[in-house]
Design a protein around this ligand. Structure first.
Ligand code: CUA
Length: 320
Protein backbone atom coordinates (compact mmCIF):
# COMPACT_ATOMS: atom_id res chain seq x y z
CA UNK A 1 0.00 0.00 0.00
CA UNK A 2 1.52 3.27 -1.06
CA UNK A 3 -0.20 6.00 0.88
CA UNK A 4 1.72 9.22 1.46
CA UNK A 5 0.20 9.64 4.94
CA UNK A 6 3.12 7.55 6.22
CA UNK A 7 6.80 7.93 5.41
CA UNK A 8 8.17 5.00 3.42
CA UNK A 9 9.00 1.94 5.47
CA UNK A 10 12.70 1.13 5.50
CA UNK A 11 12.68 -2.16 7.37
CA UNK A 12 10.59 -5.30 7.72
CA UNK A 13 9.68 -4.27 11.28
CA UNK A 14 8.45 -0.92 9.96
CA UNK A 15 6.25 -2.76 7.45
CA UNK A 16 4.85 -4.97 10.22
CA UNK A 17 4.13 -1.90 12.33
CA UNK A 18 2.32 -0.36 9.36
CA UNK A 19 0.27 -3.53 8.88
CA UNK A 20 -0.83 -3.29 12.51
CA UNK A 21 -1.57 0.40 12.07
CA UNK A 22 -3.67 -0.18 8.95
CA UNK A 23 -5.34 -3.11 10.67
CA UNK A 24 -6.46 -0.74 13.44
CA UNK A 25 -7.59 1.88 10.93
CA UNK A 26 -9.64 -0.69 8.99
CA UNK A 27 -11.22 -2.02 12.19
CA UNK A 28 -12.07 1.54 13.27
CA UNK A 29 -13.65 2.28 9.90
CA UNK A 30 -15.70 -0.93 9.99
CA UNK A 31 -16.97 -0.16 13.51
CA UNK A 32 -17.75 3.44 12.52
CA UNK A 33 -19.78 2.21 9.55
CA UNK A 34 -21.66 -0.35 11.67
CA UNK A 35 -22.55 2.34 14.23
CA UNK A 36 -23.17 5.38 12.05
CA UNK A 37 -25.00 3.91 9.03
CA UNK A 38 -27.96 2.67 11.17
CA UNK A 39 -27.94 5.94 13.16
CA UNK A 40 -28.27 7.97 9.99
CA UNK A 41 -30.82 5.55 8.55
CA UNK A 42 -32.96 5.72 11.72
CA UNK A 43 -32.72 9.51 11.86
CA UNK A 44 -34.60 9.61 8.59
CA UNK A 45 -36.83 6.61 9.14
CA UNK A 46 -38.15 7.71 12.55
CA UNK A 47 -38.15 11.43 11.96
CA UNK A 48 -41.02 13.20 13.74
CA UNK A 49 -44.10 13.03 11.59
CA UNK A 50 -42.91 10.05 9.54
CA UNK A 51 -45.44 7.21 9.45
CA UNK A 52 -43.10 4.50 10.77
CA UNK A 53 -44.01 1.46 12.85
CA UNK A 54 -43.15 2.51 16.42
CA UNK A 55 -44.57 -0.46 18.37
CA UNK A 56 -42.10 -2.13 20.78
CA UNK A 57 -40.27 -5.02 19.15
CA UNK A 58 -40.06 -8.47 20.72
CA UNK A 59 -36.34 -9.19 20.53
CA UNK A 60 -34.14 -11.89 22.12
CA UNK A 61 -32.44 -9.33 24.42
CA UNK A 62 -29.90 -11.69 25.99
CA UNK A 63 -28.74 -13.04 22.67
CA UNK A 64 -28.26 -9.54 21.32
CA UNK A 65 -26.36 -8.39 24.41
CA UNK A 66 -24.11 -11.44 24.37
CA UNK A 67 -23.39 -11.09 20.67
CA UNK A 68 -22.39 -7.48 20.67
CA UNK A 69 -20.31 -7.93 23.78
CA UNK A 70 -18.50 -11.14 22.91
CA UNK A 71 -17.73 -10.60 19.24
CA UNK A 72 -16.07 -7.18 19.69
CA UNK A 73 -14.21 -8.51 22.76
CA UNK A 74 -12.81 -11.40 20.75
CA UNK A 75 -11.83 -9.10 17.88
CA UNK A 76 -10.12 -6.68 20.27
CA UNK A 77 -8.27 -9.56 21.94
CA UNK A 78 -6.91 -10.54 18.54
CA UNK A 79 -5.68 -7.00 18.05
CA UNK A 80 -4.24 -7.02 21.56
CA UNK A 81 -2.22 -10.15 20.79
CA UNK A 82 -1.15 -8.70 17.43
CA UNK A 83 -0.04 -5.43 19.07
CA UNK A 84 1.70 -7.16 21.97
CA UNK A 85 3.65 -9.39 19.57
CA UNK A 86 4.79 -6.37 17.59
CA UNK A 87 5.68 -4.54 20.81
CA UNK A 88 7.96 -7.39 21.87
CA UNK A 89 9.59 -7.43 18.44
CA UNK A 90 10.33 -3.70 18.69
CA UNK A 91 11.38 -3.70 22.35
CA UNK A 92 13.63 -6.75 22.40
CA UNK A 93 16.82 -6.34 20.42
CA UNK A 94 17.72 -9.67 18.82
CA UNK A 95 21.13 -11.01 19.78
CA UNK A 96 24.09 -10.60 17.48
CA UNK A 97 23.42 -6.94 16.76
CA UNK A 98 26.17 -4.48 16.06
CA UNK A 99 26.12 -2.00 18.94
CA UNK A 100 26.35 1.72 18.31
CA UNK A 101 26.50 4.21 21.16
CA UNK A 102 24.43 7.37 21.07
CA UNK A 103 24.82 10.34 23.40
CA UNK A 104 22.23 13.09 23.12
CA UNK A 105 22.97 16.62 24.21
CA UNK A 106 21.50 20.04 23.61
CA UNK A 107 21.34 20.01 20.60
CA UNK A 108 23.09 17.26 18.78
CA UNK A 109 23.46 13.52 18.53
CA UNK A 110 26.94 12.15 19.20
CA UNK A 111 27.46 8.69 17.80
CA UNK A 112 30.28 6.22 18.43
CA UNK A 113 30.82 3.07 16.43
CA UNK A 114 32.48 0.02 18.00
CA UNK A 115 35.41 0.48 15.59
CA UNK A 116 35.98 3.91 17.11
CA UNK A 117 34.43 6.03 14.35
CA UNK A 118 32.55 9.01 15.65
CA UNK A 119 29.97 11.15 13.96
CA UNK A 120 27.57 13.92 14.83
CA UNK A 121 23.93 14.01 13.69
CA UNK A 122 24.70 11.22 11.24
CA UNK A 123 24.50 7.50 11.64
CA UNK A 124 26.05 5.33 8.96
CA UNK A 125 24.97 1.71 9.02
CA UNK A 126 25.33 -1.26 6.69
CA UNK A 127 22.17 -2.64 5.11
CA UNK A 128 20.98 -6.03 6.29
CA UNK A 129 22.80 -5.83 9.63
CA UNK A 130 21.05 -5.69 13.01
CA UNK A 131 21.91 -2.41 14.66
CA UNK A 132 21.36 -1.91 18.38
CA UNK A 133 21.62 1.61 19.72
CA UNK A 134 22.72 2.04 23.34
CA UNK A 135 21.69 5.57 24.20
CA UNK A 136 22.03 8.09 26.96
CA UNK A 137 21.89 11.85 27.41
CA UNK A 138 24.36 14.18 29.02
CA UNK A 139 21.79 16.83 29.88
CA UNK A 140 18.01 16.60 29.45
CA UNK A 141 15.62 13.99 28.05
CA UNK A 142 15.75 13.64 24.28
CA UNK A 143 14.12 11.07 22.07
CA UNK A 144 15.76 9.23 19.19
CA UNK A 145 13.15 8.95 16.47
CA UNK A 146 13.64 7.21 13.13
CA UNK A 147 10.27 7.59 11.38
CA UNK A 148 11.14 5.41 8.38
CA UNK A 149 12.05 2.59 10.78
CA UNK A 150 9.01 3.28 12.98
CA UNK A 151 11.11 3.35 16.13
CA UNK A 152 11.31 5.98 18.82
CA UNK A 153 12.92 5.79 22.23
CA UNK A 154 13.53 8.31 24.97
CA UNK A 155 17.17 9.13 25.64
CA UNK A 156 17.43 9.79 29.36
CA UNK A 157 20.25 11.25 31.46
CA UNK A 158 21.59 8.78 34.00
CA UNK A 159 20.48 5.60 32.28
CA UNK A 160 20.87 3.59 29.10
CA UNK A 161 17.98 2.91 26.81
CA UNK A 162 18.13 0.86 23.63
CA UNK A 163 16.41 0.51 20.33
CA UNK A 164 17.21 -1.58 17.31
CA UNK A 165 16.56 -1.77 13.62
CA UNK A 166 17.66 -3.63 10.54
CA UNK A 167 17.71 -1.46 7.44
CA UNK A 168 16.61 -3.36 4.35
CA UNK A 169 16.97 -0.60 1.80
CA UNK A 170 19.90 1.63 0.94
CA UNK A 171 19.26 5.31 1.27
CA UNK A 172 19.17 8.27 3.59
CA UNK A 173 16.56 8.52 6.28
CA UNK A 174 15.39 11.08 8.79
CA UNK A 175 16.58 11.25 12.37
CA UNK A 176 14.62 13.49 14.71
CA UNK A 177 14.68 14.42 18.35
CA UNK A 178 11.05 13.95 19.31
CA UNK A 179 11.11 15.16 22.90
CA UNK A 180 11.03 18.90 23.47
CA UNK A 181 14.49 19.61 24.89
CA UNK A 182 14.93 23.36 24.74
CA UNK A 183 15.42 26.22 22.32
CA UNK A 184 16.94 24.32 19.41
CA UNK A 185 14.97 21.11 19.83
CA UNK A 186 13.60 21.52 16.31
CA UNK A 187 17.15 21.73 15.00
CA UNK A 188 18.21 18.50 16.66
CA UNK A 189 17.83 16.55 13.45
CA UNK A 190 20.12 14.31 11.53
CA UNK A 191 20.13 11.45 9.09
CA UNK A 192 20.71 7.76 8.91
CA UNK A 193 22.72 6.65 5.93
CA UNK A 194 22.17 3.02 4.99
CA UNK A 195 25.06 1.77 2.87
CA UNK A 196 25.93 -1.53 1.27
CA UNK A 197 28.16 -3.62 3.57
CA UNK A 198 31.16 -3.00 1.28
CA UNK A 199 30.59 0.76 1.22
CA UNK A 200 30.20 0.70 4.97
CA UNK A 201 33.56 -1.02 5.39
CA UNK A 202 35.11 1.64 3.18
CA UNK A 203 33.43 4.36 5.17
CA UNK A 204 34.81 2.90 8.39
CA UNK A 205 38.32 2.85 6.94
CA UNK A 206 38.02 6.36 5.49
CA UNK A 207 37.03 7.62 8.95
CA UNK A 208 40.37 6.29 10.22
CA UNK A 209 39.65 6.21 13.92
CA UNK A 210 42.76 6.34 16.11
CA UNK A 211 41.53 3.44 18.14
CA UNK A 212 38.47 1.28 18.61
CA UNK A 213 36.01 1.85 21.43
CA UNK A 214 37.53 -1.02 23.39
CA UNK A 215 41.04 0.36 22.91
CA UNK A 216 39.97 3.85 24.01
CA UNK A 217 38.30 2.26 27.00
CA UNK A 218 41.41 0.29 27.86
CA UNK A 219 43.53 3.46 27.68
CA UNK A 220 41.12 5.25 30.01
CA UNK A 221 41.13 2.24 32.29
CA UNK A 222 44.84 2.77 32.81
CA UNK A 223 44.86 6.56 32.78
CA UNK A 224 42.16 6.85 35.40
CA UNK A 225 43.95 4.33 37.55
CA UNK A 226 41.28 1.64 37.42
CA UNK A 227 43.93 -0.94 36.65
CA UNK A 228 45.75 -0.04 39.88
CA UNK A 229 43.06 -1.73 41.95
CA UNK A 230 41.13 -4.00 39.59
CA UNK A 231 44.06 -6.26 38.84
CA UNK A 232 45.01 -9.59 40.34
CA UNK A 233 48.28 -8.43 41.85
CA UNK A 234 46.88 -5.27 43.40
CA UNK A 235 47.25 -4.75 47.16
CA UNK A 236 43.78 -3.26 47.21
CA UNK A 237 41.18 -6.00 47.18
CA UNK A 238 38.64 -5.09 44.54
CA UNK A 239 36.06 -7.06 42.58
CA UNK A 240 37.55 -8.57 39.41
CA UNK A 241 36.20 -7.27 36.12
CA UNK A 242 36.87 -10.29 33.93
CA UNK A 243 33.75 -12.16 32.99
CA UNK A 244 31.69 -9.58 34.87
CA UNK A 245 29.43 -8.31 32.09
CA UNK A 246 25.85 -9.59 32.26
CA UNK A 247 26.63 -11.89 35.18
CA UNK A 248 24.72 -11.74 38.46
CA UNK A 249 26.52 -9.79 41.19
CA UNK A 250 25.71 -10.51 44.85
CA UNK A 251 25.70 -7.23 46.76
CA UNK A 252 26.47 -6.60 50.42
CA UNK A 253 22.82 -5.75 50.92
CA UNK A 254 21.93 -9.32 50.01
CA UNK A 255 20.47 -8.20 46.71
CA UNK A 256 21.67 -9.76 43.46
CA UNK A 257 21.88 -7.49 40.43
CA UNK A 258 22.87 -8.11 36.82
CA UNK A 259 26.11 -6.49 35.71
CA UNK A 260 24.56 -4.77 32.71
CA UNK A 261 25.53 -1.42 31.20
CA UNK A 262 23.51 0.48 33.79
CA UNK A 263 25.18 -1.37 36.68
CA UNK A 264 28.68 -0.77 35.28
CA UNK A 265 27.90 2.89 34.74
CA UNK A 266 26.53 3.35 38.27
CA UNK A 267 29.50 1.50 39.74
CA UNK A 268 31.89 3.95 38.07
CA UNK A 269 29.91 7.06 38.98
CA UNK A 270 28.50 6.04 42.37
CA UNK A 271 30.71 3.23 43.70
CA UNK A 272 29.31 3.51 47.23
CA UNK A 273 25.76 2.78 46.13
CA UNK A 274 25.99 -0.90 45.30
CA UNK A 275 28.86 -2.55 47.13
CA UNK A 276 29.77 -6.04 46.02
CA UNK A 277 29.37 -8.64 48.76
CA UNK A 278 32.63 -9.38 50.59
CA UNK A 279 34.26 -6.07 49.69
CA UNK A 280 34.55 -2.64 51.25
CA UNK A 281 34.22 0.43 49.11
CA UNK A 282 37.55 2.19 48.60
CA UNK A 283 36.72 3.52 45.17
CA UNK A 284 36.24 7.25 44.57
CA UNK A 285 33.43 8.49 42.40
CA UNK A 286 34.38 9.29 38.82
CA UNK A 287 31.29 11.39 38.30
CA UNK A 288 33.05 14.64 37.42
CA UNK A 289 36.00 12.94 35.75
CA UNK A 290 34.48 11.00 32.87
CA UNK A 291 32.14 12.12 30.12
CA UNK A 292 29.23 10.06 28.84
CA UNK A 293 31.32 9.03 25.83
CA UNK A 294 34.20 7.95 28.06
CA UNK A 295 31.81 5.95 30.23
CA UNK A 296 30.64 4.11 27.14
CA UNK A 297 34.27 3.43 26.19
CA UNK A 298 35.06 2.08 29.66
CA UNK A 299 31.96 -0.10 29.53
CA UNK A 300 32.93 -1.34 26.05
CA UNK A 301 36.30 -2.34 27.49
CA UNK A 302 34.79 -4.09 30.51
CA UNK A 303 32.41 -5.91 28.15
CA UNK A 304 35.35 -6.96 26.00
CA UNK A 305 36.91 -8.79 28.94
CA UNK A 306 33.58 -10.45 29.70
CA UNK A 307 34.77 -13.89 28.76
CA UNK A 308 38.38 -13.32 29.63
CA UNK A 309 40.25 -16.38 30.78
CA UNK A 310 42.62 -16.00 33.76
CA UNK A 311 45.43 -15.45 31.25
CA UNK A 312 43.87 -12.14 30.30
CA UNK A 313 44.64 -10.88 33.78
CA UNK A 314 47.87 -9.59 32.31
CA UNK A 315 46.17 -7.39 29.78
CA UNK A 316 43.99 -5.99 32.55
CA UNK A 317 46.96 -5.23 34.74
CA UNK A 318 48.68 -3.16 32.15
CA UNK A 319 52.32 -2.23 31.85
CA UNK A 320 54.27 -2.18 35.07
CU1 CUA B 1 16.73 16.84 21.90
CU2 CUA B 1 14.53 17.61 21.45
Amino acid sequence: MNFPILPRAASRVAEQTDELYWGLIILSVVICVIVFVPIIYFIFKYREGKPADRRPLKLPQNTIEMTWTLIPTLIMMCYYVWGAKQYFVVERPPSGAMEVNVVGKQWMWKIQHPEGNREIDELHVPAGRLVKLVMTSQDVIHSFFLPEFRIKQDVVPGKYTTEWFKADRLGTYHLFCSEYCGTSHSGMVGRVVVMSPADYENWLIRGQPGSSLVQSGERLYRELGCSGCHSGSSVVRSPPLEGLYNKPVPLMSGEVVAADEAYLRDSILFPARQIVGGYTNDMPSFQSRVSEEELLELIAYIKSVANAAPGLRNSLEGPK
